[in-house]
Design a protein around this ligand. Structure first.
Ligand SMILES: Cc1ncc(COP(=O)(O)O)c(C=O)c1O
Length: 389
C-alpha cells in the first residue's frame, strides 16, 4: 500500500521527463476531426517546427508509438532478413536494438565495448574498410546511450564511413539526445534519425519520429514486408499534415506547445542549460567520491548521468530509499549494470532549484541507505550553479 507523501514527486528518470504545465494544459481539450482542416494545420506546424531540432530539411515522419516503433520502422523499410548491419553495443539500448535486428533475421556484426564509453569510430571505420564487398547495408549508432550516459560522436562515424567510401546507411538512435544537445541530421549525413517524445521534447510517451534521408527512402524496395510501419503512406500523409490512421492528436498539441517553449528559450540556450546541469551533476558525483559510469570525458551525456555505487552496495536499495523517504524517482541500472548504477535524469523541463533538490535528495539517500560516500556533492553543485553564468 502506498502511503501519502506531501509535496510534488521529483521525477528524475531519463524519460519520461517532467511535463511542463503549458504542455499539460495544451492537451486539456476535446478531440477534433483528424481529417479536418484544423488537424492538418496542426500537423504541418509541428512537422515544420521539428525540423530545426533534428537539423534537417528532409522528411520527418511521426508515428503514434514509443521510440521502439521507429527502430522497427527504420529496419523494415530499408533492410531484409540476411542483410548485414554493423552495430556497437555501447549499453542496454544498443543491445535491445541488436536483439530486434536478430529477430528480423538480420546478420548483425556487433562491436563490443565495456559500456563505459561511446562507440569507437575507428573500429567502425576498420570494419567498413574490411568490408570490400560492401555487404554491410547499415551502421546503427545510439547517439546517447541512456543506460550508461555515454555519447557517440555521430559526425566522426560519418567521417569514417566517407573515408572508407562505404555506401551503408547511417541510422542513429537520438531518443535521449534530441532536444538536449545539438543534433544535425543533414550536416552529419545521417540517413535515419530515430527519436521519441518523452525525453528532451517534454511530451508524454507515445510519439516517435523518423527523420529520413532521400537515400534511406530510396532503399524501400529492398526492405521487409511491412504494413503499419511502412514509410510511404506515412510520409505521403505527413506532407499535408495528416496521418494514414488516427493520430495521437493530444500528443500533437502537447508537442506543438513543447516546441514553442524550445523556440522561446532558444535551442542554443536549451543545449547550454543541459550541458550546465550535466556538469553540476558530475561535480556532485565527484564530491560524493562516486565513480561515473562513463569513463570518457569527451562522451559525457547532456541529459542523464549514470553513477556507480561502491562494489558490494546496491544501487537499487539507494533508489528505493530515495523513493520512499524523499519522493523521488531515479533511473535504475539496466542489463549489465543492473543494481550497480543509478541514473539521475536532468533532461527536459528543469530549473536550477529542481536539479538541486534532486542532488540533495541523492545525497540524503546515500546517507540513509548507508552507501559509503563523502559529504559535499550537493554543495559542489551549488557552488558551480551559483557562480556559473
Ligand atoms: C537510447 C534509447 N533507445 C531506445 C529507447 C526505447 O524507447 P521507447 O521506450 O520509447 O520505446 C530508449 C528508452 O529509454 C532509449 O533511451
Amino acid at each position: 500500500m502506498t502511503t501519502f507523501v506531501s509535496g510534488r514527486h521529483f521525477l528524475h528518470t531519463p524519460g519520461p521527463t517532467n511535463l511542463p504545465d503549458r504542455v499539460l494544459r495544451a492537451m486539456d481539450r476535446n478531440a477534433i476531426n483528424h481529417r479536418g482542416p484544423e488537424f492538418g494545420e496542426l500537423g504541418r506546424e509541428v512537422i515544420e517546427k521539428l525540423r530545426p531540432v533534428f537539423g534537417t530539411e528532409s522528411i520527418v515522419g511521426i508515428y503514434p508509438s514509443s521510440g521502439t516503433g521507429s527502430w522497427e520502422a527504420a529496419m523494415v523499410n530499408t533492410l531484409r532478413a540476411g542483410d548485414r548491419v554493423l552495430l556497437t553495443r555501447t549499453g542496454q539500448f544498443s543491445h535491445l536494438w541488436e536483439q530486434m535486428a536478430l529477430r528480423f533475421g538480420l546478420d548483425v556484426v556487433t562491436l563490443e565495448t565495456d559500456w563505459r564509453r561511446g562507440a569507437d569510430p575507428h573500429a567502425i571505420g576498420q570494419a567498413l574498410e574490411d568490408d570490400k564487398e560492401h555487404r554491410i547495408k547499415a551502421v546503427f549508432v545510439v547517439h546517447s546511450e541512456t543506460s550508461t550516459s555515454c555519447m557517440t560522436d555521430v559526425a566522426a562515424v560519418r567521417r569514417v564511413m566517407d573515408a572508407a567510401k562505404h555506401p551503408a546507411l547511417l541510422m542513429v538512435d537520438a531518443i535521449s539526445s534530441l532536444g538536449c544537445t545539438a543534433y544535425t541530421h543533414d550536416a552529419w549525413g545521417v540517413d535515419v534519425t530515430i527519436a521519441g517524445s518523452q525525453k528532451g521534447l517534454m511530451v508524454p510517451p507515445g510519439l516517435s519520429f523518423c527523420a529520413i534521408s532521400q537515400k534511406a527512402l530510396a532503399a524501400r524496395p529492398g526492405g521487409s514486408p511491412r504494413s503499419y510501419w511502412d514509410w510511404e503512406p506515412l510520409v505521403a500523409a505527413n506532407k499535408t499534415g495528416y496521418f494514414p490512421y488516427t493520430p495521437a492528436m493530444h500528443l500533437m498539441w502537447a508537442l506543438r506547445e513543447a516546441l514553442a517553449m524550445l523556440q522561446e528559450e532558444g535551442l542554443e540556450n536549451v543545449y547550454a542549460r543541459h550541458a550546465r546541469y550535466a556538469n553540476a551533476t558530475r561535480l556532485a558525483a565527484a564530491g560524493w567520491g562516486l565513480e561515473l559510469q562513463c569513463q570518457d570525458p569527451a562522451a559525457y551525456g547532456p541529459g542523464v548521468t549514470a553513477i556507480r555505487v561502491p562494489d558490494g552496495y546496491s544501487a537499487d536499495k539507494l533508489r528505493g530509499v530515495v523513493l520512499d523517504k524523499f519522493n523521488m524517482s531515479l533511473g535504475n541500472g539496466l542489463g549489465r549494470v543492473e543494481d550497480k548504477v543509478f541514473r539521475i535524469g536532468h533532461m527536459g523541463d528543469l530549473g536550477v532549484l529542481s536539479l538541486m533538490g534532486a542532488l540533495s535528495g541523492v545525497e540524503m539517500g546515500l546517507r540513509a541507505a548507508g552507501i559509503p560516500h563523502k559529504e559535499g556533492g550537493a554543495q559542489a553543485a551549488m557552488n558551480f550553479l551559483s557562480t556559473d553564468r
